[in-house]
Design a protein. Structure first.
Length: 90
């Protein structure tokens, strides 16, 4: 892995949360809550077709609709969708 790739992984400037949720108990809910409350200072980009906003942050319905490519994407969906989502994110 390149230095730039490691930097993006370990110190991302922006993070997409794929499967962001407003439902307590869901992984996408906890990820959004923790990123926003934990002091991450870069853009957090929730990706979900279900909601217009998650935790007060404007959401995008698909990965392709994001306004820019984030440094890091965290997949918070059911495991049976992960391969499909990873292929879409390329």
């Amino acid at each position: 892995m390149s230095q730039r790739g490691l930097e993006a992984l370990l110190r991302p400037k922006s993070i997409a949360v794929i499967g962001a949720s407003v439902t307590p108990g869901r992984a996408g809910y906890f990820m959004m809550r923790n990123l926003l409350a934990g002091g991450f200072s870069g853009p957090v980009l929730p990706v979900t077709p279900k909601y217009k906003a998650v935790s007060g942050v404007l959401a995008w319905p698909t990965i392709d609709s994001l306004p820019f490519a984030p440094d890091l994407a965290v997949i918070c969906t059911h495991s049976k969708r992960n391969l499909e989502l990873a292929a879409t994110a390329r």
